[in-house]
Design a protein around this ligand. Structure first.
Ligand code: ZN
Length: 326
């Protein structure tokens, strides 16, 4: 992954939301969840008791709103509050911390990072308030990737996290076993952190019951063509197959509006279709940098926002890397 690719992730997702998925998908598809708060950069919906989603809307009237960029949420019990994601800027995390205090009477006691990408992790420094600092929870591999990709070579530039003075925080509570889910008991509300992978070498989903809700991180882009810059494509497809095995669930994707189980079907089909095309190209000896140009998303899969015309290139390159073992 080169630097440009890495920097592109958050901005891409933001750009995608400028055009957004067609309104019919937004309106028809979203599961019932009361709107609690709408800011220009994000909206907050109540999914159940002590359970809220943050859906970011980083583009408004052609302007990039960098505050949060990624989706996330809050899970609250009697003894603790778990925030999902560090968001793009400390202002974004501080906003969610204030909102947690308002909605639950306390600031987050835990923050879970679904993966290392800067639009999900860059704002961590906004959570600690004086002596009050939440445990920052991630996998060992996510911590390693944060160190390798962000702390040693912090990106800079408009819309990115490492503005002058931004303190980068690292996870301090590590899921050591990459195959073993961990349950955090918040007091009458449990959150299960399930190590997965595919969007990056290490992703986590945050899963709760009543109602069954899965915060997928970027394993699921709803209505937007997914970002494959750090993907392991076959593993991504397997992971998506696994998280779809729910009769009824609310999904909070990494980007895009809330979804129900049925809405993962076109996403899984898109991954499959892109994969088939990319595997064929490798089989024919056509390099990814050429092959992506002739890829067209079948109309039967519905409308997918392409936030830049060459978004499929990353998918073809990821497949090529995987198949050639590069
Ligand atoms: Zn990501």
């Amino acid at each position: 992954m080169d630097r440009r690719t890495f920097l592109g992730c958050g901005a891409w997702a933001a750009a995608a939301l400028a055009f957004g998925p067609p309104a019919r998908r937004l309106v028809a598809g979203e599961p019932a969840a009361d709107l609690v708060l709408a800011k220009d950069f994000a909206r907050v919906q109540k999914i159940g008791d002590g359970l809220w989603s943050v859906v970011s809307t980083p583009m408004r009237d052609g302007k990039f709103l960098a505050t949060t960029v990624s989706n996330g949420g809050l899970v609250a019990g009697k003894e603790g509050v778990l925030a999902i994601e560090g968001f793009n800027t400390p202002e974004g995390a501080a906003w969610l911390s204030d909102l947690s205090l308002e909605l639950t009477g306390r600031r987050p006691t835990h923050v879970v990072l679904t993966h290392f990408h800067p639009d999900h992790s860059g704002g961590l420094a906004g959570y600690p308030r004086g002596a009050e600092a939440p445990a920052i929870v991630a996998t060992k591999e996510t911590r390693r990737l944060l160190l390798e990709k962000l702390h040693k070579d912090p990106p800079a530039g408009e819309g990115d996290l490492a503005k002058a003075g931004t303190r980068l925080l690292l996870p301090d509570t590590i899921l050591v076993d990459p195959s073993k889910p961990v349950t955090i008991d918040l007091g009458g509300r449990k959150a299960r952190l399930v190590p997965r992978g595919g969007h990056t070498p290490s992703d986590l989903t945050v899963e709760v019951d009543a109602p069954r809700t899965i915060f997928t991180g970027d394993l699921f882009f709803n209505g937007l063509f997914p970002y494959y810059g750090d993907a392991i494509p076959s593993r991504l497809a397997e992971t998506v197959a696994a998280i779809r095995k729910e009769d009824h669930a609310v999904y909070v994707p990494g980007h895009g509006p809330l979804a129900d189980t049925a809405q993962l079907a076109p996403y899984a089909a898109l991954l499959e279709d892109v994969g088939a095309a990319a595997r064929k190209a490798v089989g024919n000896g056509t390099p990814a940098e050429e092959a992506w140009k002739s890829y067209v998303i079948p109309e039967s899969l519905g409308a997918w926002a392409l936030f830049r015309p060459d978004v499929a290139r990353f998918a073809f390159e990821a497949w090529e890397r995987e198949l050639k073992g590069a």
